[in-house]
Ligand binder design. Structure first.
Ligand code: ADP
Ligand code: MG
Length: 705
């Protein structure tokens, strides 16, 4: 019998959280640390020494031997360098265990091997990590033993952010300041902080490890570069919310337990639309914590899969032809005294503060749609966005019937007098209770959808960091709030100015609202008529980072400097070209060494069959073998030609100038050449003897676990 899990005891047991700090730290130290965490007060080295000591004692009890500053460079994954707690051996040959305040607060990893986009010349290798005490330290157990992980920010010698964390914290400050002004305007005097909260729904695929090992494309690129569709895909809609397979539920159980130990409130799990696709969502948290937790969760998803003989694929589009994976970013703004600025209440038409916030968000999203788009730009996501399952690359906002109706009233009559209510819905079955419908249905095709008391940004890719899109959301909201507050604070007639603002913003930015089918072709055309930007690929989206509007805004709110933005753009181009280059080389490798040799063997078998059957007797019919041989040989020749072409154009990549030119070349020349090779190879997979095909098929990968 399995042991029962005591979830309340398990939850957070490996986290140096507030409860642990309160229990273990001297009162005075605890108080000072709390002031640092909550009010940003500077932490003295003296206090840090005490905290570090207690943290070490606690970590050792938890089995830790090392500590590590844990940070999030611009690679999209986390980085760490482990240091043992041991001091130099004494004369008697013994060591002590120590951890100082200085080691807690600051680290100095060599920054030269992380992407910096030219922010740091190679000879200036210094980079610093500094403790982000707003996110708790934790002990992680894996094959390296117990590691005390200390969440940190990472910056260069000259102070520029080299990570995903620093700008996120800066953007939280920006939106906090401006959102507080809104609350004050509406008479709230108690709130001290407004924090963006995020709940991220994480999608992923699971495949068998042995099969994964036979797919070089999965190993090197995270997605399949070849693969014909199996007889069955996702057309039966029988996987979504279906019964979870035993092997997968055992996996999910362990994932949850590992998450809970580290304080990640893993809550909802289910099968997703595509075969072998699943989802896990934690309960929402302040965005910087949500960001750390999402990184922790992605690592756990991978680590536990490995223990269960599986691989967890976090790529946005591991398989062509079925849904890809996203990471829905549910975002709201909540004050410490319990106000959710995105909560419309029962009667949105009367909730002027909500209507102002809503109008500001429409304005923000319309004016900076390109920035939201680039925040979800990722090489893998290019394969997913605009497909039949993911939001299109055009940004629009879905509000739902109720809010759209309120805004309509405002536009027509200058004010709104009523809100549509959800009707009572009779089930028609006496034993089932009737229920009240929500006033608004959902829209699954919108990239930015209002869902009751939060916005859901659905464009983000599954392996992306939560940072970029929330940096953008926080900052564009801050900008719109600031402008509105500037006007309202000096208004002679507050109510009049408030109404005028709501009308003006709604009128001017209503083009961003769209409730129809975002997957449809008509919407692409309609969006064009409305003048909404359509940036279909990552390469098209990157320039949004460095427009004047972006630089002005980010510099104004001290979220990014111009240099930091330029660096980020440069890194994005570099990542794009490198990823496509790896994909192309992987295809060349697989086609040259595995696929073409296998097909050659198959043609030989066919040819031998023709000859041998003929030799056995003149009258036997060999037309099938002959037809197959003809078809296979033709596709083989086509594949070979495409392979040579891909090899030629790939050899040119390095010759293109780094940056936009090289990325554009990869998009315009390499990608089509990859498709040209894939097409005949996938056709071959459908006719070549399965025993001879050199790798597991889509069917093997997705249906047999
Ligand atoms: P869906 O029905 O779209 O799958 P859920 O209602 O289950 O979504 O919520 C998805 C995520 O949104 C969860 O992580 C949840 O904690 C989070 N969430 C719920 N309310 C809020 C909120 N006010 N702010 C931010 N995130 C929220
Ligand atoms: Mg959702």
């Amino acid at each position: 019998m399995e042991e029962n899990v005591n979830v309340t005891e398990l939850f957070g047991c490996d986290v140096f959280n507030d409860a642990v700090m309160e229990e273990r730290l001297p009162k005075k130290v605890y108080k000072e640390l709390k002031e640092t965490i909550e009010e940003g007060k500077e932490l003295s080295l003296e206090i840090a020494d005490v905290v570090a000591h207690e943290m070490k004692e606690w970590a050792i009890e938890k089995g830790a031997t090392h500590f590590s500053h844990w940070f999030q460079p611009m690679t999209g994954v986390t980085a760490e360098k482990h240091d043992a707690f041991i001091t130099a051996p004494k004369e008697n040959g013994k060591v002590l265990l120590s951890f100082s305040g200085k080691e807690l607060i600051q680290g100095e990893p060599d920054a030269s091997s992380f992407p910096s986009g030219g922010l740091r010349a190679t000879f200036e290798a210094r980079g610093y990590t500094t403790w982000d005490c707003t996110s708790p330290a934790f002990v992680r157990h894996d094959s390296a033993g117990g590691i005390l992980c200390i969440p940190t920010a990472f910056c260069s010698y000259t102070g520029e952010a080299l990570d995903q964390k620093t700008p996120l914290l800066r953007s939280m400050e920006a939106v906090n300041k401006q959102a507080l002004r809104i609350l004050r305007l509406f008479g709230n005097t108690t709130a001290k902080r407004v924090t963006p909260s995020v709940g991220a729904e994480q999608e992923y695929f699971l495949v068998d490890k042995e099969k994964w090992l036979k797919r070089k494309d999965l190993i090197y690129t995270g997605r399949t570069l070849f693969g014909a569709m199996p007889p069955k895909g996702q057309e039966m809609d029988d996987h979504y919310l279906g019964t979870i397979r035993q092997r997968v539920s055992a996996y999910m159980k362990e994932v949850n337990e590992e998450c809970w130990k580290l304080g990640v409130a893993a809550k909802t799990q289910h099968n997703e639309v595509a075969p072998a696709q699943h989802e896990l969502a934690p309960i929402y948290a302040p965005v910087n914590i949500a960001q750390d937790h999402n990184q922790i969760m992605m690592r756990i998803l991978k680590k536990v899969a490995s223990r269960h003989g599986m691989r967890c694929l976090l790529h946005e589009k591991p398989f062509a032809g079925v849904n890809g994976s996203g990471k829905h970013n549910n975002w709201s703004l909540t004050s410490d005294d319990g106000v959710n600025l995105l909560d419309p209440g029962k009667n949105p038409h009367e909730n002027k503060m909500f209507l102002l916030v809503l109008a500001c968000i429409l304005k923000a999203v319309d004016e900076h749609a390109d920035l939201l788009r680039v925040s979800a730009a990722d090489v893998g996501n290019d394969q997913r966005l605009g497909g039949n399952e993911a939001p299109p690359a055009v940004i629009s906002v879905f509000l739902g019937d109720q809010l759209e109706d309120v805004l309509d009233q405002i536009l027509k009559n200058g004010e709104a007098t009523h809100s549509i209510k959800g009707e009572k819905f009779a089930t028609g079955v006496t034993t089932l209770p009737d229920f009240r419908k929500d006033a608004t249905d959902r829209n699954r095709t919108s990239p930015f959808a209002f869902t009751g008391n939060k916005f859901e940004f659905r464009m983000l890719g599954s392996q992306d960091s939560l940072s970029n899109c929330n940096v953008v959301l926080n900052t564009i909201a801050a900008e719109a709030f600031e402008e509105a507050c500037d006007r309202l604070e000096k208004a002679e007639d507050f109510d009049k100015e408030l109404n005028a603002l709501i009308v003006e913003y709604t009128e001017k930015h209503k083009r961003i609202i769209f409730s129809g089918n975002g997957y449809s072709k008509e919407w692409q055309e309609e969006a064009k008529r409305r003048g909404l930007p359509n940036l279909p690929t990552m390469v098209d989206a990157i320039p949004a980072l460095t427009t004047d509007a972006a630089i002005d805004m980010f510099e104004h709110f001290k979220v990014f400097t111009k240099a930091e933005l330029e660096a980020r753009a440069e890194i994005q181009y570099e990542i794009y070209a490198k990823a496509i280059n790896i994909e192309a080389r992987t295809m060349i490798d697989m086609a040259t060494k595995q696929i073409i040799p296998a097909v050659v063997k198959y043609t030989t078998v066919l040819a031998e069959s023709v000859n041998q059957v003929r030799a056995a007797g003149k009258t036997y019919n060999v037309s099938v073998q002959e037809k197959l041989l003809e078809k296979t040989s033709a596709l083989l020749a086509e594949s070979y030609e495409a392979l040579n072409h891909l090899a030629e154009v790939t050899a040119e990549i390095e010759k293109k100038e780094e940056g936009p030119e090289r990325a554009r070349y990869c998009l315009d020349v390499i990608m089509p050449a990859m498709t040209e090779l894939r097409t005949p190879v996938d056709a071959l997979e459908m006719i070549v003897d399965k025993e001879m095909w050199p790798m597991p098929s889509y069917g093997d990968l997705m249906f047999i676990l």
